[in-house]
Write a protein that binds this ligand. Structure first.
Ligand SMILES: Cc1cc2nc3c(=O)[nH]c(=O)nc-3n(C[C@H](O)[C@H](O)[C@H](O)COP(=O)(O)OP(=O)(O)OC[C@H]3O[C@@H](n4cnc5c(N)ncnc54)[C@H](O)[C@@H]3O)c2cc1C
Length: 294
């Protein structure tokens, strides 16, 4: 098997390396030391990275994006993570979910959401699955209808009314558009009773709660989402009602973005380890140990 990078892959890797060294590394530690997790975020770094293409990396070329492959995305991820693994994750959330718009949304939804996403350097994306009482069991859903996420969506004419909470959601406090999984049939098991919605930030009845503090990934804005009779138009349903999200997640054909989710975390960790090894080597080569005499 030939592992040689193409010129395009190499070019993205070098652009990401330069951006990480010149723009991210100088601000990373400073952001990490800010006490309030909401204040750690820096829009300037997002705008600069967006102009270089790091936000729109995964949008197919026919929609005006860069249409990069998995290898390129993993290379960029590892390079950005060397300087700050939370800033890299903030960008990669946009890769997963912009790709999901392109792969799973209707043409009308793509026009409505991909176009503004491409045009706005501050347009970030996220996806809400986890809830205060539903985590791992969403990934391995048992047949019990009581298991898994509880956020409820009920149809009223051309609208769906959403009630419930999500937690730990990446880009929650800074995103402009979110995929949200909600139970549309509480009597069916998760895979058959869940529907995926596109929820813009300014949806009536939808608000962000607290932003969680974390060690290491302090720039990353993981927050609570609160839905109190939030009104989402039926036109924002992605795929069929009941079962759509579980289908895309399990499909393994890249539509759900979840396949890249695992690769993304590995590439992120690789970048961090690579940088840690580099620092350790530098220290070992340059440190001068003096023996104290008694
Ligand atoms: C930084 C960060 C970012 C995140 N971003 C997002 C996001 O953008 N969107 C989103 O929806 N969620 C997000 N999450 C949530 C994440 O997906 C969940 O934390 C994860 O699914 C685990 O769920 P949990 O925390 O409820 O743990 P639990 O499900 O309570 O699991 C706790 C432990 O028990 C183990 N366990 C659970 N069930 C079983 C079982 N049946 N058998 C054996 N062991 C079991 C688990 O492996 C784990 O070790 C994020 C979390 C973090 C920390």
């Amino acid at each position: 098997m030939d592992f040689t990078l193409s010129n395009e892959q190499r070019s993205w890797q070098m652009t990401a390396r330069k951006f990480a060294e010149e723009e991210i590394r100088p601000i990373s530690l400073e952001r990490d030391e800010i006490a309030d997790p909401r204040e750690t975020f820096d829009w300037e770094i997002i705008k600069k990275g967006s102009k270089l293409g790091f936000r729109t990396l995964a949008v197919p070329k026919e929609w005006g994006g860069h249409g990069t492959d998995f290898v390129t995305q993993a290379l960029v991820m590892a390079e950005l993570a060397k300087a700050d693994s939370a800033i890299s994750k903030t960008f990669s959330q946009c890769w997963k979910w912009s790709h999901l718009i392109a792969a799973a949304c209707s043409e009308e939804q793509k026009r409505r959401f991909l176009k503004p996403f491409l045009e706005d350097d501050t347009f970030l994306l996220g996806k809400g699955i986890s809830e205060p009482s539903a985590g791992s069991d969403n990934r391995l859903p048992p047949d019990d209808p009581k298991a898994g996420l509880k956020l409820r969506a009920e149809r009223h004419g051309d609208e769906w009314i959403l009630n419930g909470e999500k937690c730990f959601i990446a880009n929650a406090s800074v995103g402009k558009l979110f995929f949200i999984d909600a139970r549309t049939d509480p009597n069916a098991p998760l895979r058959q009773g869940t529907t995926m919605f596109l929820v813009p930030r300014d949806t009536p009845g939808f608000r962000i709660g607290k932003v969680f503090n974390k060690d290491g990934w302090r720039f990353y804005q993981n927050g609570e989402m609160i839905f109190e009779n939030a009104r989402v138009p039926h036109a924002n349903v992605v795929g069929p009602v009941n079962g759509s999200d579980m289908k895309t997640q399990q499909a393994g054909d890249r539509t759900g973005g979840d396949l890249f989710g695992d690769l993304e975390l590995a590439a992120n960790a690789l970048g961090v380890c690579d940088d840690a090894c580099g620092m350790a080597l530098t220290l070992a080569r340059t440190k001068k140990q003096s023996c104290a005499r008694s």
